[in-house]
Design a protein around this ligand. Structure first.
Ligand code: DGJ
Length: 599
């Protein structure tokens, strides 16, 4: 799998921020992974069966740009035209997902009632925690009963899985570590505060912690290869969860202090030199302001600021996670990623998770964790376009493992898939009526919890449109507009030769509105919306100045195809001047076919 960097340029002229490819050193990783995979597989009891399958794949030929060899059969990322896509069983796959609450997947029995609920919401993937304490309750004694039950349940409900490895860390804490780890603080030391107190966070500087975590994760991946190497229920793996330190900006244990006073590792310095022109602005500014030195301690290279503490911790978490991910991939080379808790406005390192995989430290993570395929944001804040775009970069395809649900999430999903060619979207906590955490989005009244019907409705539409969305993400001809917040009064979306101008229609100031456009001909678009909106069309391209509407048809999905019903005109399209979207469109399963002309 060799995935060079690229910027997005839609053939049709529809534009969006750049998207990218795997953050790994692909060719080296590829080779290492394949060698390890072959070695392990040769030892496997299933060797004969595997050789038969791979033989069939070779005989049936390999699609252009597809990975050859054993990994071709595994879920993997692949550059296809304009986008990097997730390939499952040799076909692109769009993750219409959701994450369950943190404790749900610790019980197969509990999940029994959850599976049908997820399926009824038109999801194709569930994002599920696997806890270290569950699979290794006693040191060296692994129990995969729960994992197997989850695989079985997902398969029975036609769902794929993204597993979250709650190993040494979950939301900075180490609460999912097994008792034999938690209770032995001599062997498994903690992150310390500047006053010398321990925290309930295992130290990322501890080799003992890392090796124990790594053994457990490798055992999990080994088991998944055995249990799922053919079925491909598991798409990829999140390694740890929302790492970083709080409430201080860095670990103050003596081993951390020594590392902080030591030179910045050469591997990071070389990366900075090599990528000097493309570094994240905050990182670049800190380095340049401190004199762009080629070596020195952390504070000499990046300055005496809290950001330096953050970068120092980022390197430590990234290199720790590199060990875990690489060991896992040696057993079973699925794609892997790390997720970030984002930064509240004006928060300092230590107020937010210092050292997490955030946009300003993405370069440090790339340099430190080449086995990770991408970094992901958990987006609960309302500035969805800004946060999602900052993770949709060359070398980093967008997957959003956690987000708000409800109508907000539904609108955001259109922007993620349509504008940023996301490989997947996943609201959090959909296994009950709620969608935690409300405080992050300023909701204090539990009665105002977002309901998940909106997600179910948009996923129903998206699942029907998935083949077209995937095709357009790759070939060009897909985009989306999003309106969020009081300050935004309109959205302007380039659509090939045209521009869509979106304004709110009812719904009130600040209401979230989104529209996805799929180009089906030079002057034709399918439009999928969330929220009440009015859309007019214009053009700034050479030619006749005015854009008119030839026709608007509402379409419904019936017997496997989109079929037109009403031709919308007169009052229904503002006397031929605009397309009107209704908040009820997704629940009614309605999309629009729009044909334009110029005069
Ligand atoms: C972010 C974490 O990653 C999730 O596991 C969960 O704890 C949510 N926050 C909030 O409930």
């Amino acid at each position: 799998m060799s995935l060079p960097s690229f910027g997005r340029s839609l053939a049709s002229g529809m534009t969006g921020p750049a998207v990218g490819v795997s953050m790994r050193d692909e060719s080296r990783e590829e080779q290492m992974g394949r060698v390890a995979w072959m070695r392990d597989w040769k030892q496997s009891r299933n060797r004969l069966r595997w050789l038969t399958i791979s033989g069939l794949i070779v005989l049936s030929g390999t699609a252009i740009g597809q990975t050859a060899g054993p990994q071709a059969a595994l879920p993997h990322l692949e550059k296809r035209g304009n986008a990097t896509q997730l390939i499952v069983d040799r076909k692109p796959f769009l993750i219409l997902g959701a994450e369950v609450h943190n404790s749900s997947s610790s019980s197969v029995e509990y999940m029994e009632a959850v599976w049908p609920h997820l399926q009824a919401m038109h999801m194709n993937t569930v994002v599920l925690p696997v806890a270290w304490e569950t699979i290794e309750p006693d040191e060296g004694k692994f129990n995969f009963q729960c994992v197997d039950g989850l695989l079985k349940g997902a398969r029975a409900h036609n769902l794929k899985i993204v597993f979250l490895w709650f190993g040494a860390w979950k939301n900075t804490y180490s609460s999912y570590a097994p008792a034999w780890v938690k209770t032995n603080t001599d062997r498994f030391p903690r992150v310390q505060l500047s006053d010398g107190r321990d925290t309930e966070r295992l130290s990322p500087f501890s080799v003992a912690v890392r090796e124990a975590d790594q053994r457990a994760f490798a055992a999990l991946m080994d088991h998944l290869r055995e249990a799922d190497g053919e079925a491909h229920t598991v798409l990829f793996m999140q390694v740890e969860n929302e790492v970083g330190v709080i409430p201080e900006a860095r670990d103050h244990s003596s081993v951390a202090n020594t590392a902080f006073e030591a030179p910045v590792p050469q591997a990071l310095m070389s990366y900075l030199e090599k990528h000097r022109t493309t570094l994240a602005p905050e990182l670049s500014a800190a380095w340049e302001a401190a004199g762009a030195k080629a070596s020195g301690t952390w504070q000499q290279v990046f300055g005496k600021t809290p950001l330096t503490d953050d970068l120092f911790m980022a390197w430590q978490y990234a290199t720790y996670i590199e060990h875990i991910a690489a060991a896992g991939k040696e057993k079973y080379p699925l794609p892997m990623y790390a997720n970030a808790a984002l930064i509240r406005p004006n928060y300092e390192p230590g107020q937010y998770n210092s050292g997490g995989p955030l946009p300003h430290s993405a370069d440090v993570w790339r340099a430190g964790a080449p086995s990770l395929d991408f970094l992901s944001p958990d987006i609960y804040f309302n500035e969805f376009a800004q946060w999602s775009s900052s993770y949709s970069r060359p070398g980093n395809p967008l997957f959003i493992p956690e987000s708000q649900g409800g109508a907000t999430g539904a609108a955001n999903s259109l922007y993620a898939f349509g504008r940023l060619s996301a490989i997947g979207f996943s609201p959090f906590g959909v296994d009950d009526a709620g969608n935690a955490p409300l405080d992050l989005v300023g909701i204090t009244n539990p009665a105002e919890r977002p309901d998940n019907d909106a997600i179910a409705a948009i996923y129903a539409e998206l699942s029907r449109l998935s083949p077209l969305i995937l095709e357009k993400q790759s070939s060009g001809g897909i985009t989306a507009g999003l309106m969020e917040g009081d300050a935004q009064r309109a959205a302007r979306v380039p659509l090939g030769d045209f521009t869509a101008n979106i304004t709110r229609a009812g719904g009130g100031a600040g209401t979230r509105v989104a529209a996805m456009f799929l180009q089906t001909g030079p002057n034709e678009f399918l439009v999928v919306g969330v929220g009440d909106a009015q859309i007019t069309f214009s053009s700034d391209r050479p030619g006749p100045p005015i854009v008119g509407i030839v026709s608007i048809d509402e379409e419904y999905y019936e017997n496997g195809a989109w079929v037109p019903r009403r031709r919308l005109n007169g009052d229904e399209n503002s006397q031929g001047q605009a397309l009107r979207l209704y908040a009820s469109d997704p629940s009614q399963g309605r999309i629009y076919q729009v044909r334009l002309y110029r005069y």
